[in-house]
Design a protein around this ligand. Structure first.
Ligand SMILES: [Zn+2]
Length: 412
């Protein structure tokens, strides 16, 4: 079964990759020409050629397509998209039901590899996965450069109200740093299915975010209620997730303190509702929980409008992708524009350079410029005119290697 899964994944890979090519350092550069290039920082280039040597962009030239290794014609090239909150390990089991506890470790890592693959094919070249120990093996395997998947950042574990006294919490943060965690994930409030009230004490929040800050580690906090958001921001935490009940006061507080806000309005709740039979009856996935989530979709639609309208609020792009949602990550970008009235260019910046900044990777990914990693995707359409173009990914390059290239002729 396990090898069947892997060979199935590899077969799919082989059928999609018409060309998998990365130039050795110092070898022939790859030249990618497109009619339109959005550089991820707000600039639009027309009729441009991106030159890639090894894993990096070495120059961007304007002019015609002559000598292009890949002439992408009328496609629009943007930086590889970034999802700052996706759970690569979540999956439906062989019986089609949500697997709410780890099963056979070999099966688990293969499900994660499948999710990583579909996420990369959807144009996401970097994701942050909060809270799954086997993310470490996945992160390191993808980084070896053979297994197709996005760059993975992981929290390994999570903190919540049961994580102990402030002293115990500080020790656990130190331990996490030793184990190579990229971020610290914290649950400051209950799930939306349980109403979203603050669960960790102020002292616990101060311990976890204070220690992380002292060690130079980033923090991301699950928080729904205004109280839990306020307590987290005041404890020095640097990124807030979800925030379904965020009001004007805490939106302004986050903006004033330069805290990143990652509302998840276009993928996660819609995915739960679409896949209700796969979840219903497991843990808090009961009728009451689904009723909360149905309400949550409507509350989110109003909240995101207020968030987008809040001056200087740093809105990053995360989906909270769970079982059933992997590969649909770009729906979040569409929702930010269609529900939240975000300008399409701002939505692209959010999913690229601003999210890279939130990961402290703004000097290496999230923009198309010389010296940056060659992470780029090409869209069928221009997202500035039609934001749904972000869901039509025809070309994916990560770190100078092409993982997907669907030429226009292949479309029916
Ligand atoms: Zn999550």
């Amino acid at each position: 079964m396990r090898s069947t899964l892997l060979s199935a994944a590899l077969l799919v890979t082989a059928s999609v990759i018409l060309s998998s090519q990365s130039a050795p350092p110092g070898g022939q550069p790859i030249r990618i020409h497109a009619a339109t290039v959005l550089d991820g920082t707000g600039r639009t280039l027309r009729n441009a050629t991106i030159v890639v040597t090894g894993s990096k962009i070495t120059s961007i030239e304007s002019g015609n397509a002559s000598g292009a290794t890949y002439d992408l014609g009328t496609l629009t090239v943007i930086p590889g998209m970034i999802d700052v909150h996706a759970h690569l390990g979540w999956h439906f089991d062989k019986d089609g039901r949500y697997a709410d506890r780890p099963g056979d470790p070999a099966d688990e890592i293969l499900y994660s590899a499948e999710n990583a693959y579909v996420t990369l094919m959807a144009g996401f070249t970097t994701i942050q996965s909060p809270g799954q120990p086997n993310d470490v093996a996945l992160r390191d395997a993808i980084a070896r450069g053979i297994l197709p998947g996005p760059r993975v950042l992981t929290s390994i574990r999570v903190f919540n109200e049961n994580s102990g006294t402030p002293d115990e919490i500080r020790q656990k943060v130190q331990q996490l740093k030793k184990e190579g965690a990229d971020v610290v994930k914290i649950f400051a409030s209950a799930s939306i299915r349980d109403g979203g009230k603050q669960t960790m004490s102020d002292a616990q929040l101060q311990a976890v975010c204070g220690e992380a800050n002292a060690l130079g580690m980033r923090t991301m906090v699950h928080a729904h209620s205004p109280e839990s958001i306020k307590a987290s921001v005041n404890a020095g935490c640097r990124q807030i997730e979800h925030g379904v009940f965020a009001n004007d006061e805490v939106l302004k507080l986050m903006a004033d303190k330069g805290v990143y806000f990652d509302p998840n309005v276009g993928v996660v709740l819609q995915n739960y509702l679409r896949n209700k039979p796969h979840y219903l009856g497991i843990g808090n996935y009961n009728e009451e929980g689904f009723a909360y989530m149905e309400k949550g979709v409507k509350i989110n639609a109003e909240m995101i409008k207020k968030a987008v309208a809040t001056p200087k609020l740093k809105l990053v792009t995360g989906t909270d992708a769970v079982a059933g949602a992997h590969g649909h990550n770009a729906d979040e970008i569409v929702a930010r524009v269609q529900q939240g009235n975000q300008k399409p260019m701002d939505a692209i910046i959010s999913a690229t350079s601003l999210s890279a900044e939130s990961l402290r990777l703004e000097k290496t990914i999230g923009a198309l410029a010389p010296g940056f990693e060659a992470d780029l995707v090409a869209l069928d359409g221009n997202p500035l005119n039609d934001i749904t173009a972000v869901t039509r990914v025809a070309f994916v390059m990560k770190g100078g290697t092409v993982f997907k290239h669907v030429p226009p002729a292949a479309k029916k």
